[in-house]
Structures are given as C-alpha cells and as structure tokens.
Design a protein around this ligand. Structure first.
Ligand SMILES: [Zn+2]
Ligand SMILES: [Zn+2]
Length: 407
C-alpha cells in the first residue's frame, strides 16, 4: 500500500492490510527461527566462527543479547533439528503453524510454556488442543486452557520434592553505564550468598597500617573487597581460558602519557581511564598495556623487560612475604609487584627494582608522597611524606612472620 492508497482506504481495508502485514512478519519470524536451527545443526562455529546461534543473531540482527537468546530458545522449541545429538523440539506442530504466519509471538510463548509443564507422554494431544483453541482465542485464554489441561492431568500438583535438592536459582547482571561506572546486581541461593559474603568479609576488613586510620565506609570497603576478589580470581591458574588465552584486559596508552602519567588511556573496548591509573595497572602488567608511539603505532617495549616471571615473583614473595608497606598484613596472593622505577621509564624488572604491595598501598605509593627504596640489606623500606614525618625516617613492615624455610 503506498501513501496515497493508505490515505484513501476505509477502516475495513486498513484492518485487512494490518492483518496481512502481521501474517508476513510472523511467518518471516518463524522462518528466521527455522534457519537459525538449521545453522546450529550444521555448526555455527564452522560456518561463521561464532560460538552460538544467539551470538551470531545478536550481531546480524543488531538486537540485545537477551532478545537473541530468547529468539534462539523459541526456535529450538518450534523447529526440529537435523543434528543427531539435539533434543527433539517441544512443539513441532506449533512450529509448522507459526511458519504460515498464524501465531503471534506471545501465543507461541504461551503454548511453549504450557507444554513445558505437561508430561512428555501427553504433549502431542495437548499441543493439538491448544493449537485448535488458539485459532479463535487470544493468548491469555490459551494460557488458561493450558492450566486447565495441566490440572486435569495432575490434580494434586507436583509432588513436594523434599528428597531432591532444589536446583539453586542464581542470577547476576553486570552492566556498564554510559558514564563509565558499572552496576552489579543479582540474586543468589542461600548457600552461594553465604560463601560470597564470607569471601567479601575476609577482604573487606579495616586496614591497620602506618598510613593512618581506615576511613572507608562499609560500602567502600566492600567495593574494594570485590575488586580484590576479581583480581584473585583472575590470578588463579584454574581460570578457564578464552580462545586459548587467559582472560585479560587490554589498555592502550601512548608512551609519553604512560611516562608522564598525564592524559588518558583506553580500557578494553569502551572504557577510558586516566594515564596515571594506567600507569598503576601497567606497573605489574595486571592489564596488558598496548603502548603506542606518537602516531599511534604499537611500540614493542619488550615483554621480557616488564613481565614479572613466575620465578621472580616467587623470589619477591620470599623476600617481602606480603605487602611490604609498614603495618600492612595482606598476604602475598593479595599483592602486586610494584616497579620502584617504572618500566616505562626504563626501570629493570628484577628484585632490586620490585616491591610487593597490596592494591591499596600500591595506589597510595603511586599517588602520595610516600617513597620506597631497597635498603643496603636488600629489603624494602618506606620514606613517609614530609607532612607525616619531617625527618622522613625510613619505616619497615615487621608484621609478616619469616617463612620457616627462608630464614
Ligand atoms: Zn607500581
Ligand atoms: Zn598493603
């Protein structure tokens, strides 16, 4: 219908046209589902390199991930797969009806939900009843029929399954907002919640150290604890790899910005952070730095020069036995290697230029008037800023007990 025809059409003609268009859209949507199932049965990875049909569809259709996942799940319920290891589709007759364009998406979802609850041996009959009813009724009425069929098949409802452990319900969403802050929300079963709380409690303790009282609010302490927990998990050798590599985050920064600590760096795909912050993260290569020259060409600053090898890290653990900052009790696994002279400024990566620090004291050292040096006996000592001690008398951490084999 062109614009002129729309303007001249009467109410009946407009309604007819709407119905026609809906049929086209619905049948096209059903066909999209059938094509997705076919792609999946041939192997999405082999055909397109994507990990799943949902990922492919998310990109191809430019829809949110959740919508793509729903589309693919619906397609599986409707269209039989040719793949031998695929489960039979839940509602094949509904799939056939959907291809003719006769069923709305809510109707399809209602039928799928009803059939999911119905025992497999009754599904064929129930599907035929629901479809026949769907021809003349809206999806809400079909949902009511589904409930009636279910009640008829199983008048007592499901048996209380007190012998079977319940499948835990867990949800988590982590989203980046346009402002660059991230929002985390979720709901967990009691057991997971208790474990997470124990983990965060342990990491969120108030700090006792020579840099003054810990003035963070409980929320701030738990926020820092979460950040530490993420670092611990990322450092774990058990972490699954992605595409053959350990999970890591790239940060792109120019060499002049990295050296001066002025300017900005690009974090991951989207984020921005200050060059000063990038300098802290790059210090122990917790973020993989891509250092760029003046025309944004990547500079090879030599991984060997900046990366702390496992052997060197062990030596650092043995010498410092934890965060070396005076009064800090954090154990080695919570710590990062700080280059006393930053590798970007030509500092070497060896014991004479490295000191073990927890995340908090690492930041403090990069930002404040505290200084660290390796004393003549080979151990790190810290010079307080002048506002704390006019004479700047060096201080050491004596909290970490010597390891029995490293006396
Ligand atoms: Zn550092
Ligand atoms: Zn510390």
């Amino acid at each position: 219908m062109d614009r002129e025809t729309v303007w001249q059409a009467d109410a009946g003609a407009l309604a007819d046209r709407l119905r026609e268009l809906l049929t086209v859209v619905r049948s096209a949507e059903a066909e999209i589902g059938a094509v997705l199932v076919e792609i999946e049965s041939r192997g999405v990875q082999e055909l397109f390199g994507y990990r799943s049909a949902a990922r492919l569809y998310e990109h191809l259709a430019d829809v949110p991930r959740a919508a793509a996942v729903r589309t693919v799940a619906r397609a599986h319920a409707l269209h039989p797969s040719r793949s031998l290891d695929a489960a039979p589709s839940l509602a094949p007759a509904t799939g056939t009806a959907a291809l003719t364009g006769g069923l709305s998406t809510p109707m399809i979802d209602t039928i799928i939900t009803a059939l999911t609850a119905i025992p497999p041996e009754h599904r064929d009959t129930a599907e035929a009843d629901l479809l026949a009813f769907a021809a003349d009724n809206c999806h809400k009425q079909v949902a009511a029929l589904g409930a009636r069929i279910m009640a008829h098949l199983d008048p007592d409802g499901p048996e209380p399954a007190d012998t079977e452990p319940a499948t835990p319900a867990r949800e988590l969403s982590l989203r980046r907002k346009r402002t660059g802050t991230w929002e985390l929300s979720g709901r967990f079963d009691d057991e997971t919640g208790t474990r997470a709380s124990a983990l965060l409690d342990a990491l969120a303790e108030r700090r006792h150290a020579d840099d003054g009282p810990d003035l963070r609010s409980p929320q701030e302490r738990y926020g820092d604890a979460f950040s530490d927990a993420v670092d611990l998990a990322l450092d774990s050798p058990e972490l699954p790899t992605q595409a053959g590599e350990r999970a890591h985050v790239m940060v792109a920064v120019s060499l002049t910005d990295l050296q001066s600590g002025l300017g900005t760096a690009t974090l991951g795909d989207t984020g921005l952070l200050s060059a000063a912050e990038a300098r802290i993260h790059a210090c122990d290569c917790k973020l993989i730095p891509a250092v760029l020259g003046s025309t944004s060409e990547p500079l090879d600053l030599g991984r060997a020069r900046r990366l702390i090898s496992p052997g060197l890290r062990r030596a650092l653990f043995l010498r410092d036995r934890g965060c070396a900052f005076p009064g800090c009790h954090r154990p080695p696994r919570h710590c990062q290697g700080h280059h006393i002279r930053h590798w970007a400024d030509g500092g070497p990566t060896d014991l004479t230029n490295l000191v073990l620090l927890c995340g908090h004291h690492h930041r403090l050292l990069h930002r404040s008037g505290w200084q660290v040096r390796i004393a003549t006996d080979g151990h790190p000592e810290f010079l307080p800023p002048r506002f704390l001690d006019k004479r700047r008398k060096p201080r050491r951490n004596n909290l970490h007990q010597p390891l029995p084999f490293a006396a």
